[in-house]
Design a protein around this ligand. Structure first.
Ligand code: PLP
Length: 321
């Protein structure tokens, strides 16, 4: 919903630059909005575009870590007819590798072509809070909208997506709604219902506020650095297991591992899940079956990491293929 909200505002803004009022006139007969996204964008970007009637994105090649390639993005932007409204979707935190798109360069080239830039930073945007990881999101402030999830890194209950949009007019003209029976904030900074798809909603901001209030700036930084540190330790431990190979550069909280071939990787994953010590999921990344690790629980500690690596070692030794 964070991606949906940001991309809704993006749709309004890029069409209004051409004099098209999507709130009034809808999408029928509107100029076609082109959306470019890296080939390893998260599936929910496509889902949000579907809700918005924008169809599937044009995919831009990614490198071996899943980061959008700036040369490919440049070519794709050049191929779009001038005057076409364009939205570029970038990613901070690849769900498999944890990799970050080269945000600074990608945002710069996208803006040079007049595009709105949205960054899906569901879990990766939190790197900005951590001094040792902040370099991963260098340049991110130059984007036009950002989606992130408090229910991932911040560990509040589900359903606390956060949409941040630079342009308040685009936001309000997309989601603003007024009813005379409601007390309005006018002339204040605006009511929450003007910035979200729902009219009535529970106070999702309260647990987010409470978590931020109790952790404070240094607590959030420490949380993010701890998660990334555990992922590095997990990767180092697993890399020492016979037959296991860590496939990604572990820059953040994700680790992808293979155990020889797809069948063996699946067998190790099944063993590991049956063992019950730790829960990691199987997935497919870059045409391979992988064991996918995402360290995201605040309570995970060094002992959990050690026990998890031991469980992976046992599963690997037991998988009889
Ligand atoms: C990069 C990215 N974007 C979007 C999402 C979707 O988030 P949610 O499942 O909270 O809707 C995820 C979930 O893992 C993600 O990793």
């Amino acid at each position: 919903m964070a991606n949906f909200t940001c991309l809704g505002a993006a749709r309004t803004a890029v069409l209004s630059r051409l004099g098209w009022d999507v709130a009034r006139d809808g999408l029928s007969d509107a100029p076609r909005v082109r959306v470019l996204a890296g080939e390893e964008r998260h599936d929910t970007v496509d889902l949000a575009l579907r809700y918005l009637g924008l169809g599937s994105p044009t995919l831009v090649a990614a490198d071996e870590q899943g980061r959008i390639r700036v040369d490919a993005l440049t070519d794709s932007l050049k191929a779009v007819d001038s005057g076409t409204p364009v939205v570029v979707c970038l990613q901070a935190g690849n769900v498999h590798s944890g990799a970050f798109d080269p945000l600074e360069a990608a945002i710069e080239i996208a803006h040079r072509h007049g595009a709105w830039v949205h960054v899906d930073g569901a879990f990766g945007l939190w790197a900005a809070a951590a001094p040792s990881l902040r370099h991963l999101v260098a340049g991110v402030a130059g984007a036009d909208s950002w989606g992130t999830d408090a229910h991932k890194t911040l560990n509040v209950p589900y359903d606390c997506g956060i949409a941040i949009v630079e342009d308040p007019v685009a936001m309000r003209s997309t989601f603003g709604a007024h009813a005379s029976y409601l007390i309005s904030d006018d002339p204040g900074p605006g009511d929450p219902l003007e910035k979200v798809p729902e009219f009535s909603r529970r106070a999702r901001g309260v647990p987010v506020w409470a978590a931020l209030r109790s952790l404070g700036r240094s607590g959030v930084a420490e949380l993010v650095e701890r998660l990334a540190g555990h992922a590095r330790a997990m990767a180092e431990g697993i890399a020492r297991i016979d037959g296991a190979r860590v496939l990604n550069d572990v820059v953040y909280t994700q680790v992808c591992v293979e155990f020889g071939d797809d069948a063996r990787t699946r067998a190790v994953t099944a063993r590991l899940i049956a063992d019950g010590t730790v829960w990691m999921s199987g997935s497919r990344w870059r045409d391979r079956d992988v064991l996918r690790i995402s360290v995201s629980n605040w309570s995970t500690d060094a002992d959990d990491v050690r026990r998890s690596v031991d469980a992976v070692r046992r599963a690997s030794a037991d998988a009889s293929i």
